[in-house]
Structures are given as structure tokens and as C-alpha cells.
Design a protein around this ligand. Structure first.
Ligand code: HSE
Length: 404
């Protein structure tokens, strides 16, 4: 029997307990041994709940119990999760986590400790919820040089954008509704400002490119400025708006960003709606691949964590993670990235078009019948830096969205 401990009995922690209880027998078969949850660490008590007999409030009980071989860290946040994870690894216990903040910040160090001790630090659930993406990057796509990762990596914002698109509602209205239904956090900042997606693309990029991508270096824009009017133009163009987290390797120069983009119907990420996530990859040998599925939520996330527990149980004395070096990968400024830009201009088309063309060059003009005091344009392809210079001199700009 392999004894494990779960740190945190919140949404994901209770999900891990549920997954391991529900699929107990098949998990035992796949792990090669029975998995038993011996302790659950939480500040709270759960009187009347079967979990109560496993609840401990002191991490040292877990740390000092030699029977515990695997620790599941699903507390979230950097501290005390970092201290607990490091102590567990140093004590020779493998750690499985869904904690993207921690992996993005200290993943390289924790993997290194695991590697030195021939145990594992596994984090499949940190990106894309239940979608297998860390394991494919770690073990299937190792013969490829990945030159692009583009993902819809945040379920909350994808749910909001999908609702805005389908129901013509404004950001604030949909956010309120999503909060009431429990789809969005009471404090939604990390999701709607793009910080959550930023940490996830930092993890995926570090793993794919083999060096530490610091999330602080990633240009990040959220979805709070996207309006119902933007969505109307997207509809006219047969496009949709998605928050994309992406990184690219162009001739050895890497850049990464998180920002809303307009996507056409032929884009593989176009039909990814609601809380679903998807990750599109391009490898120099593989070509294109896409991973799609439940990107958030209790059981999908817990399923990925429990899958890591099975893997850790199968490899109690062997490190299976490729690792990324702690050496920093310097990202280039996004200024040199080239794309087309969709812009909304305030004013009457006939009066303003010449001025727009003078500033931005030839543009494709778009109009939404009920928005008669403004019009939209798609510019030719230009660099971010060029766009920024042109836009700075232009007064009637209502909004800008990048076109993928
Ligand atoms: N808040 C995250 C999301 C949860 O909405 O995708 C999963 O990481």
C-alpha cells in the first residue's frame, strides 16, 4: 500500500479525495499498488464528514511520517505551499501539485531537488486543468523543437468571452452572472487581467524551451476592455475574440504574450467555447497538434492531480520529469512581433478614412449598421512597435484587438 497525504481540502483537494475513492480499484491496478490517503492537512475541521479522521493541522505530522511517499499539494498560493513542497521533496517524498503560481515561480528549483533525490515533482494540473499537456511536452514531444505554443488557458475568461459573443452582453454583466453562478471567483482579477494565463504560458514555455521563462517578463493584457461593440464587429467579420496565451521561437528569439485576439473560423482555437481550454503547438518535425478538454473545475483538475499520483507511485525511485534549467530564457520585446490589428475609430467613415489611411496605410473597412458614429478597420501586417507609434498619434481610436 502506498500512503499519501493531501495538503488542502478545498475544491481541488476534496476532488482528489473523490477521484481516488471513486476509482480506487482501477487506480490501484494502474499504480501497481493500492493508494491510501492517510492524512489531509487543513486549517479547518470537518465534523460529521468522513474526512475528519484523516485531518491534521500540523504539516510536521506528514513530514515526519516515513510511510508517506507522496504528498499532494493543492493549497494554492506560493506560501506555505513552497516551504511544504520543498521540505517534502528534501525528505524524499514525491510531490504532485495543481499550483501554477508555485510551479511558475519555483518549478525549476523543486524539479531539481526531485531529480537529485530520484523522486518526482509533478504538475500536470497546473496548466489546462484535466487536459494532458505537461506529460506530452515532457515525454512525447521530446524529439521536436517546439516553435509555437498558443493556448486558451483560462476557463473563466473563455466562459465570459463566449457568453459576450453569444448573448451580446457587456463584460461587467457577464462577469456578475458568472460570479453568481460560481463560475468566476469573487475576486476575479487573476483571471480577467490575464495573470493566471500568464503563469500557465510561462510554465508551458519553460518546459518546451528548456529554460526558465519568468512570468514577470511576459506582456499581459486581460479581457476587461473588451466590449459588446467589439463583439459586434467580430460577428460582422465571422470571427470571435479569445484570450490567447502564446509564446513563439522565431530564429532563436523568443517572445511571449497574453492578450485578446480575433480568430477566424478556420482557426483550430475558434470553436473552443465556455470553460473549455485548448493548447495548440507547432513543432519543427511534428507540425501542428492540438490538445482540448476541460480546463478548470474540481474533478477535471483532480483527475490530472490523481494521474500524477499514479505516475509518482509507479516511479517511487526514479525521476521521470524532464526539467527546465534554472537559467533564465531572455524574451525579446513583443515590439518586433508582426501581425494585423483591428481598430475601432470614432467618427463618420467618410470624414475620417483618409486620416486613418494616412496614419496606418491601406486598411480593410468594417461597419456595424447600428454603430453609425464609428467604424472599424483591419490594418495591414505591421510590427507591434510600428502599430504603437502610429496609434499614439491617432486621437479617435476607440479600441484595438490583435488579429491572429
Ligand atoms: N481560474 C482558473 C481558470 C482555474 O479559470 O481557468 C484553473 O486553473
Amino acid at each position: 500500500m502506498i500512503q499519501i497525504a493531501v495538503l488542502g481540502y478545498g475544491t481541488v483537494g476534496s476532488g482528489v479525495v473523490e477521484v481516488i475513492d471513486t476509482n480506487h480499484d482501477s487506480i490501484a491496478q494502474k499504480a501497481g499498488d493500492e493508494i491510501n490517503i492517510k492524512y489531509v492537512l487543513d486549517l479547518r475541521d470537518f465534523p460529521g464528514d468522513a474526512i475528519q479522521e484523516k485531518i491534521v493541522h500540523d504539516f510536521d505530522v506528514i513530514l515526519n511520517d516515513p510511510e508517506i511517499r507522496i504528498v499532494v499539494e493543492v493549497m494554492g498560493g506560493v506560501e506555505p505551499a513552497y516551504t511544504f513542497s520543498k521540505k517534502a521533496l528534501l525528505a524524499g517524498k514525491s510531490v504532485c501539485t495543481s499550483n501554477k503560481e508555485l510551479v511558475a515561480r519555483h518549478g525549476a528549483e523543486l524539479m531539481e531537488i526531485a531529480r537529485e533525490r530520484e523522486i518526482n515533482y509533478l504538475f500536470e494540473a497546473s496548466c489546462g486543468g484535466g487536459i494532458p499537456i505537461i506529460r506530452p511536452l515532457n515525454s512525447s514531444l521530446t524529439a521536436d523543437q517546439i516553435d509555437e505554443i498558443t493556448g486558451i488557458l483560462n476557463g473563466t475568461t473563455n466562459y465570459i468571452l463566449t457568453k459576450m459573443m453569444q448573448e451580446g452582453l457587456d463584460f461587467e454583466e457577464v462577469l456578475k452572472d458568472a460570479q453568481e453562478k460560481g463560475y468566476a471567483e469573487r475576486n476575479p482579477e487573476a483571471d480577467v487581467e490575464g495573470y493566471d494565463a500568464c503563469r500557465k504560458i510561462a510554465i508551458l514555455s519553460s518546459l518546451a524551451y528548456g529554460r526558465q521563462v519568468d512570468f514577470e517578463d511576459i506582456y499581459t493584457e486581460g479581457i476587461t476592455k473588451i466590449t459588446a461593440e467589439d463583439m459586434k464587429y467580430a460577428k460582422v467579420m465571422n470571427k470571435t475574440i479569445k484570450l490567447l496565451a502564446l509564446s513563439k521561437n522565431k530564429d532563436g528569439k523568443y517572445y511571449a504574450m497574453v492578450a485578446p485576439h480575433l480568430l477566424g473560423q478556420s482557426d483550430p482555437l475558434y470553436p473552443v467555447n465556455g470553460v473549455f481550454n485548448a493548447i495548440f503547438l507547432h513543432g519543427n518535425m511534428l507540425g501542428d497538434a492540438m490538445f482540448y478538454g476541460s480546463g478548470a473545475g474540481k474533478l477535471p483538475t483532480a483527475s490530472a492531480v490523481a494521474g500524477d499520483v499514479v505516475d509518482a507511485a509507479r516511479h517511487l525511485k526514479r525521476s521521470i520529469m524532464a526539467f527546465w534549467s534554472r537559467e533564465k530564457l531572455e524574451l525579446t520585446d513583443i515590439g518586433s512581433a508582426e501581425r494585423r490589428f483591428f481598430i475601432r475609430i470614432q467618427g463618420i467613415l467618410e470624414k475620417e478614412l483618409e486620416k486613418v489611411q494616412k496614419a496606418f496605410g491601406p486598411v480593410e473597412v468594417l461597419q456595424v449598421p447600428e454603430l453609425n458614429q464609428e467604424f472599424g478597420c483591419i490594418t495591414r501586417a505591421m510590427t507591434e512597435a510600428e502599430y504603437k507609434t502610429k496609434a499614439a498619434d491617432f486621437e479617435n481610436l476607440l479600441s484595438m484587438i490583435r488579429v491572429r
